[in-house]
Design a protein. Structure first.
Lengths: 366, 306
């Protein structure tokens, strides 16, 4: 992607959404603020019920926020009905019109905008080409496969050239192989059209592979916003670290903070450096996170930060997982990439040292 | 030794025979109760009327001629039977208007019901079916009580000073229309509701998302998708409306006859069973032609569900 102007396509400002009233009321979104840049592939990631779909529906206009503003290029769109917003949605169920052909579905938005017939036809043809569905334009939507329906839903939402495209778990109904293909396809479409994509998913892998930036959500709040690498390498909270990838959590005590980094003392007594989430000045007892592939094993342990007993060795072809038990009884997993002829004497039941490198540990907010 | 093919054929024959045997009782009932009487009516329409009702077993096309034409008693010339034509036209007109009225009232009702929560939907469905529990005659008399000159509507309007003398609704076509629209409304609501309930309302959201206004969504998405229900409802209302007997005789006061009243007259006071039979068959033909035309026409714009 070429240099991105730092213009915000969408700004969500202190938005809350409360469903129901009285005793049964549920806050689906709790004072959420987030900015989504122009031309960005932005992902809302979280488990079901975290509020990600609610946020998407507020941006689309199917629901209205209880409080807060939603700005589209600076203009508050929160009170507008969906048909007055230059924003289109790809639905999880695709929601293709069963009484129309593929071409009629794709042309529907343009027709409703009152575009001239010739322009609609040209645009529909271009869209059919973009999603490689030219051959099936006259089919009913019930006569095409799930993956094809997915493409039609995309083309239909892209045809009116929206300012922002919203995608509500669009790949969840596809099988694994097709999902992989569509991930790449979506990335290509976003690149070719230059439209801002807001993508909702609960699949961390999907989020990591496709997004420019990810917002991790839980219980109606956004916990962390950042690039996939940021989110993976520098999770700010336990939930984020736990939800994305595998993690080792260690209890530690802060012994010093300088220039955005801390020195922490592990239960073994060893002191190691650790990164800090933005704006956090930790004191006393904290939890640190170490990704399994960021730690190394060493048979002899003079340089080791921790030591443990090997409980289980799981060979996975590309890499091997070592399930360890630390001296204080906590579990710890180390992942190591395999190379040919590795035989290093690490055996089940044996004692090993764990080396946590200079940049491997991250202090969590909670 | 029988070949495999012969064995298969024998099994198939046995299968067909068993099916006929098993459905024989049902077929017998259908023949005795429906097809049989219809055939009798058809035969009667070509016979000569007896002096005290009944028929004489003597072929005569007179009854069919009398459906639309009148034979002058003095010079035997034929002229159009104005009374019959009027009744035919009134019946068709009232049935069409009733169908439209119930559609206009029933469509929003069905939409309202289908968009309620699952629990309240059942309650609304129950409320819609309540009128079926009461006898049709009693319901018709209830309508009579409301619209007659000393009825609720006129009394209230008089008391409020909006009108100075009662509006004559009873014993007019309007009265028949009001009565039929009331009686047949559930028959329109239920099939539309059945279609509407199956409607995926995410499609409605998709419509809004693609810049369709509320009216456009109704016309381009909701209506085409519930059209099978609208067609079914229209048929269910139009057919019984055309054959309505109780409502026009109570609310039309015998003055504003509909087809059924005319037919009843031929079997009763008229003592002309062949004419009554011919009229009955004529109504059936009208219904069939109307239905074919309607379904053809409705099917043209193509409602195919995925």
């Amino acid at each position: 992607m070429p240099d991105k102007p730092d213009r915000n396509a969408i700004e969500v400002v202190k938005v809350s959404k409360i469903f129901g009233s009285g005793e049964g009321q549920v806050a689906a979104l709790d004072t959420v603020s987030v900015s989504i840049r122009e031309n960005e592939f932005f992902t809302l990631l979280g488990p079901s019920g975290c509020g990600k779909t609610t946020l998407l529906r507020l941006i689309a206009g199917f629901d209205f926020p209880t409080a807060g503003e939603i700005l589209l290029y600076g203009q508050d769109i929160a009170p507008l009905p969906p048909f007055k917003r230059p924003v289109n949605t790809v639905f999880q169920s695709y929601a293709l019109f069963p009484h129309m052909t593929v071409a009629e579905n794709i042309g529907f938005g343009l027709e409703m905008l009152g575009k001239p017939k010739a322009e609609i036809k040209a645009r529909v043809d271009a869209m059919l080409k973009l999603v490689k569905m030219e051959a099936l334009s006259a089919r009913r939507t019930s006569q095409i496969s799930g993956g094809q329906q997915q493409r039609v839903a995309l083309a239909r939402a892209l045809a009116p050239q929206p300012k922002v495209l919203l995608l509500d778990e669009p790949l969840s109904a596809l099988d694994y192989k097709l999902r992989k293909e569509m991930q790449i396809e979506l990335k290509r479409l976003q690149h070719e059209t230059g439209i801002t994509f807001i993508f909702v998913t609960h699949d961390q892998e999907e989020a990591l592979t496709m997004s420019d930036r990810i917002a991790v959500m839980s219980s109606g709040k956004i916990l962390q916003v950042g690039s996939p690498r940021d989110i993976y390498d520098r999770p700010s909270e336990r939930f984020v670290a736990d939800f994305i990838g595998e993690s080792n959590f260690l209890k530690a005590e802060v012994v010093g903070v300088s220039a955005g980094r801390a020195t922490v003392k592990l239960s073994s007594g060893t002191e190691i450096p650790a990164s800090l989430p933005e704006g956090l000045v930790p004191k006393g007892k904290v939890t640190i996170v170490v990704r399994p592939e960021h730690a190394q094993l060493s048979a002899a342990s003079p340089s080791a930060s921790l030591s443990g007993t090997v409980e289980n060795i799981v060979y996975l072809g590309t890499d091997t997982h070592f399930h360890l038990r630390l001296a204080d009884g906590e579990p710890f997993i180390v992942r190591r990439q395999n190379s040919r002829g590795t035989g290093d004497g690490i055996v089940q039941g044996g004692k090993v040292g764990i080396v946590i490198g200079g940049d491997a540990a991250q202090v969590l907010k909670d | 030794m029988a070949t495999a093919e012969e064995v298969a054929k024998a099994a198939e024959r046995r299968d067909i025979r068993d099916r006929w045997l098993l459905s024989a009782p049902a077929l017998l009932v259908i023949f005795l109760a429906a097809t049989g009487p219809l055939l009798i009516v058809l035969v009667y329409s070509f016979l000569t009327p007896g002096s005290y009702g009944d028929v004489k077993w003597q072929f005569s096309p007179e009854a069919w001629i009398a459906v639309f034409l009148e034979r002058d008693i003095f010079d035997d010339t034929l002229s159009v039977a104005a009374a019959h034509v009027t009744i035919f036209l009134r019946s068709i007109k009232l049935s069409v208007v009733t169908t439209i009225a119930t559609l206009v009232l029933g469509f929003p009702t069905a939409y309202f019901m289908a968009t309620r929560s699952e629990k309240t939907r059942d309650l609304w469905l129950f409320l819609i079916t309540i009128p079926f529990w009461t006898n049709l005659l009693i319901r018709t008399f209830a309508v009579l009580q409301i619209i007659r000159n000393e009825g609720i509507v006129n009394t209230i309007l008089l008391k409020l000073g909006i009108i100075s003398s009662p509006i004559q609704i009873l014993y007019t076509d309007t009265a028949i229309l009001i009565g039929m629209a009331y009686v047949y409304l559930p028959l329109m609501v239920l099939p539309i509701y059945a279609s509407m309930e199956k409607l995926d309302f995410r499609l409605v959201e998709a419509g809004y998302d693609l810049y369709a206004t509320r009216f456009k969504v109704l016309r381009k998405i909701i209506f085409p998708l519930v059209k099978p229900g609208v067609i079914a409802g229209s048929i269910l209302v139009f057919i019984p409306a055309l054959g309505a007997y109780v409502t026009p005789s109570v609310l039309g006061g015998g003055k504003n006859m509909m087809l059924s009243n005319l037919i009843e007259l031929q079997f009763g006071q008229g003592r002309n069973w062949p004419l009554g039979s011919a009229l009955s068959i004529a109504v059936m033909i009208i219904v069939m032609v109307a239905l074919l035309a309607y379904v053809r026409n409705a099917g043209k714009s193509g409602v195919r569900h995925g």
